[in-house]
Design a protein around this ligand. Structure first.
Ligand code: GLY
Ligand code: MN
Ligand code: MN
Length: 438
C-alpha cells in the first residue's frame, strides 16, 4: 500500500502546535470478541487513524511537544512486531522499522516496550494529553505510569502536573475537513448513492428487507467500501416509524413505503443517506403529500446551510415548513407559532435535522460555543435529514397511518454556500418513480 504519510504528519504537527507543551498518548481501538474465538471486523480508533493512517490493531501513537525550541518534536509509534509465524495465520504486520519509514514517524518501537518507554517520555513533561475516561483500563495504566514517574522525584524527575483530554483539541480539528478528507467523503458519498439507486431498482413487493440490505452491501463492497458506516436501516411500512429499526427481517408489502438509511465507510470516512420510496414504484396520493412536505422541509434546510448561518438554522428552517405541513395535513392544530411553541410537532418529528459527519457517523465537534449555536464555516460537513413519522391514532387521519419518511443528504459548507455530496441519489417523486419504472 502506498500511503501519503505527509497528510498525517501535518495533522500531528498541528496537534503539537495546539498542545504547545507536554506529551500526548493516543491508542488505537482494541479488537472485540464476537463469540468464541471469533472477532468483529476490526475498526481502528478514529483519532488514532486521523493522526497516523495506521490501520493495525495493538498500536499507540505518542507525541512529544518539547518546550525546548532546539530539541526535535517527536512523533512515535508503538506497534506489533514482525512475527513470521503469526503472519502465516493472520496476515501481514508492518512492524516498527517499516512503519517508521512508510508512515513518517520519528521513531517506532514494539508495543511490548510501551510502558517502559512511556515512563521515560513522561518524565519532566508539564502536561499529559490523552482520551481521559474513554477506556478505564487506559485511565488506570496512564495513572500508574505517571505514579512511577512521580516515584522518581528524588532523582529530580518531575511527572506531568496537568492532565487534559486530547479529544478537546482533536474534536475541533476534525470538525473542519481538510482536502484529503473532503475527497474521501465525496467518494464515500458517491458509493452510497450507487447503493441507494441499486436498492430502488431491486425493490419488489414480497421481498424481505434483508434482501435489499444485501444489495446495499453488495454495492458498497463492489466499490471498495468494505463496511457500512453504521447498521443499515431497511424499514418497510410501519417499521419506518421506528427511528433505529435494524431488524430488517420483514416482508415488503405492495402499497407500503420503504425507508432505507444506509451509508458506507470508506477508509475511515462515513456517508449517511436516507431515501424513502414506494415498494411498488408508485407513491399513493397520501404518501406523496407527506413526501413532498418532507422534501420541501429538506430543501428549506439545505438553502440555509451556508457560511454566516448558525448550526441551528437548517433545523429551524425545516421545522417551520413541517409545522405548516402538519397543520395542513390535520396532524397538528393551531398556528405555526403555536405548533412550534407547544412542540406538538414532536409527536411526528422527534429528532433533530442533522449531525456532524466525518470519521464517525455522528462525528465529533461542538454544536455550540458557550450558549450560542456555532456559526457554519467552510469545510464543516453534516447531514440534513428531516422526517415525518405517523403512528396510528384516533386523532390522526387514517390515510396517513404508518407513513414514515426521512430524506437525508450529506452537505459540506463551501465559501459560497454548500455542496450536497449525496445529490446523485434520486430524491424527487418523479426521479424515484422514473428509476423504479426502468
Ligand atoms: N444513520 C444514522 C443517522 O442518520 O443519524
Ligand atoms: Mn444521519
Ligand atoms: Mn442516516
Amino acid at each position: 500500500m502506498t500511503i501519503d504519510s505527509t497528510i498525517y504528519a501535518m495533522r500531528r504537527k498541528r496537534l503539537l502546535e495546539t498542545m504547545q507543551r507536554g506529551i500526548a498518548i493516543v491508542p488505537t481501538a482494541p479488537e472485540v470478541a464476537r463469540n468464541g474465538d471469533t472477532r468483529y471486523g476490526y475498526r481502528f480508533d478514529s483519532n488514532f487513524y486521523y493522526l497516523s493512517g495506521f490501520a493495525e490493531p495493538e498500536a499507540v501513537l505518542v507525541l512529544v511537544a518539547s518546550q525546548d525550541k532546539n530539541s526535535e518534536t517527536q512523533s512515535i509509534l508503538f506497534c506489533r512486531e514482525k512475527n513470521l509465524e503469526r503472519e502465516v495465520w493472520d496476515g501481514y504486520r508492518t512492524g516498527p522499522d517499516a512503519a517508521k519509514d512508510e508512515y513518517g514517524f520519528d521513531a517506532a518501537y514494539p508495543i511490548a516496550q510501551l510502558d517502559e518507554k512511556l515512563a521515560e517520555l513522561m518524565g519532566n513533561q508539564p502536561a499529559l494529553f490523552y482520551p481521559v475516561g474513554h477506556d478505564t483500563a487506559w485511565d488506570q495504566r496512564i495513572l500508574r505510569l505517571r505514579g512511577e514517574v512521580q516515584a522518581k522525584a528524588r532523582s529530580g524527575i518531575r511527572a506531568p502536573n496537568e492532565i487534559h483530554d486530547v479529544r478537546t483539541l482533536l474534536n475541533e480539528m476534525r470538525l473542519f475537513k481538510d482536502e484529503h478528507e473532503l475527497m474521501m467523503m465525496r467518494h464515500a458519498a458517491e458509493i452510497s448513492t450507487h447503493a441507494h439507486r441499486r436498492a430502488m431498482r431491486f425493490t419488489r413487493p414480497g421481498q424481505f428487507e434483508y434482501q435489499l440490505e444485501a444489495e446495499l452491501l453488495h454495492e458498497f463492497c463492489r466499490h471498495g467500501a468494505r463496511f457500512p458506516a453504521y447498521p443499515s436501516i431497511v424499514a418497510g411500512g410501519a417499521h419506518a416509524c421506528v427511528l433505529h429499526y435494524v431488524g430488517n427481517n420483514a416482508r415488503l408489502k405492495d402499497g407500503d413505503l420503504l425507508l432505507i438509511d444506509a451509508g458506507c465507510e470508506l477508509d475511515g470516512y462515513a456517508s449517511d443517506i436516507t431515501r424513502t420510496f414506494p415498494v411498488n414504484g408508485r407513491f399513493s396520493a397520501a404518501q406523496k403529500d407527506v413526501y413532498e412536505l418532507v422534501l420541501a422541509a429538506q430543501s428549506a434546510a439545505i438553502a440555509v446551510a451556508r457560511p454566516g448561518k448558525t448550526w441551528n438554522a437548517p433545523h429551524d428552517a425545516a421545522l417551520s415548513v413541517l409545522a405548516q405541513g402538519f397543520i395542513d395535513l390535520k396532524l397538528c392544530q393551531g398556528s405555526v407559532d403555536a405548533v412550534l411553541e407547544s412542540e406538538s410537532y414532536k409527536r411526528f418529528y422527534m429528532h433533530r435535522t442533522g449531525h456532524w459527519l466525518g470519521m464517525d457517523v455522528h462525528d465529533v465537534g461542538n454544536y455550540k460555543t458557550g450558549d450560542n449555536w456555532r456559526a457554519l464555516q467552510t469545510s464543516m460537513v453534516f447531514t440534513v435529514e428531516p422526517g415525518c413519522y405517523i403512528r396510528p391514532a384516533d386523532d390522526v387521519p387514517q390515510a396517513l397511518w404508518n407513513i414514515g419518511i426521512r430524506i437525508e443528504d450529506d452537505v459540506a459548507i463551501t465559501e459560497l454556500g454548500n455542496e450536497v455530496l449525496t445529490a446523485a441519489a434520486p430524491k424527487t417523486v418523479a426521479e424515484i418513480e422514473e428509476l423504479m419504472r426502468t
